[in-house]
Write a protein that binds this ligand. Sequence first.
Ligand code: SAM
Ligand code: SF4
Ligand code: F3S
Length: 473
Amino acid sequence: MSEARNARRAVPRALPPPRGAANEVRAGAPVATKPRVFIKTFGCQMNVYDSGKMADVLREAEGYEPTNDVEEADLILFNTCSVREKAEEKVFSDLGRVKHLKARGALIGVGGCVASQEGAAIVRRAPYVDLVFGPQTLHRLPAMLERRRAELRPQVDISFPEIEKFDHLPPARVVGPTAFVSIMEGCSKYCSYCVVPYTRGEEVSRPFDDVLAEIAGIAEQGVREVTLLGQNVNAYRGAMGGTSEIADFATLLEVVAEIPGIERVRYTTSHPKEFTQRLIDAYDRVDKLVDHVHLPVQHGSDRVLAAMKRGYTSLEFKSTVRKLRAVRPRIAISSDFIVGFPGETAGDFERTMQLVEDVGFDHSFSFVFSPRPGTPAASLTDETSAAEKLERLQRLQSKIEAQGDAISRSRLGTVQRILVEGASRKDAGELMGRTACNRVVNVVASRELVGCMVDVRVTEVRGHSLRGDVVVA
Ligand code: SAM
Ligand code: SF4
Ligand code: F3S
């Protein structure tokens, strides 16, 4: 351990100073170091986006720099997920692992969906936690830190101040050619199994002009591909500044695609119930809209879909897919599935398998039903054994895998346009990019291509990802 770090230990600080941090002495010269924040993110892309905003807000207000090393952090934040039981339990075991860092003055905060659901109960279970804040109050972190220092007791703020958060965030900072932009918060669908409406509140759309301004700003910083985020993006209804008009999601897509610098537009997640003809038609008009849509179906049995309160039948889902493919034949479709919903019979499950067979998904995420406290489905009687549910999950996953593998193999030898994003995760000597249909392609190429749209010929299939060679014109 460096001397400076030892010095920091020798005089334990109960609380890190508000700004500028410790003055460490090296060879007699005072060197101001910035306080460091470690953020661990669980859950969906909305949490990934929010973690970026936490870093932005803390940098702006108190000069915090992000660190990947929890041992050197002055502030440790967990941005949590409560969508399934396992995700929730993970938070408490992780908290236990960093508790000892309080001895050298680190502060610990819990944000995100577990924080939103549990609130002060987190402090009761883990009294060493200093801050508990929800997805809608992350912009208040600097004020909460200040109060923590002044009052010397844990601070809890999990309120839902509507869209206030976006008015209190510094301009977005981005690294690399891709970025997430949140277009709405919350969800008002209340599917019977899901905690999200309780943890994130009801659907609230960000004003149209604010979304466009954020995207124009990041495009100026070099972003080429934007992913519009929301639990239900097709429910977007954004107030248009200076008028009484409201922009729907199809309108937003068309205008975002016109922003100078933006080459590709993605979004997640959309709901099959609100996948309107106007949205389908956007695939005809907006070339920059990628050839991929994540459209969670959850189940193939109408009886189970009704019990889940999804608001569509399996036939309606297939009809939406058919219309979409009529407009964009090459579109890749991915989905989410829940296996073992209370009362799911063997026959119901076979309907899910049949739906997968009928649609042909590019890839999908599938989960065993996890009863979530406070949701209607948690109190339904469930007679299927855990072993049976696991067996169904494995059957479903192997079918989905087999379909995905066949789609991968059909891409061998084809030329795909990728946006080069940066170093490959597995081999730092290679670069990676994504096809319009959302497949990762690894290539050997010069780093100067990062941020460029490049044609590659697919030469190899490796699991879900592909390898390719740059096509030289
Ligand atoms: N808003 C999206 C939608 O409606 O499909 C997805 C939101 S949710 C955060 C992501 C996925 O988690 C869902 O599509 C669903 O498959 C799964 N999920 C949600 N609640 C669950 C539960 N109680 N048990 C198991 N899986 C669940
Ligand atoms: Fe949850 Fe349903 Fe909302 Fe998706 S649409 S976030 S599954 S309540
Ligand atoms: Fe999890 Fe909350 Fe996202 S429950 S999936 S982090 S909206």
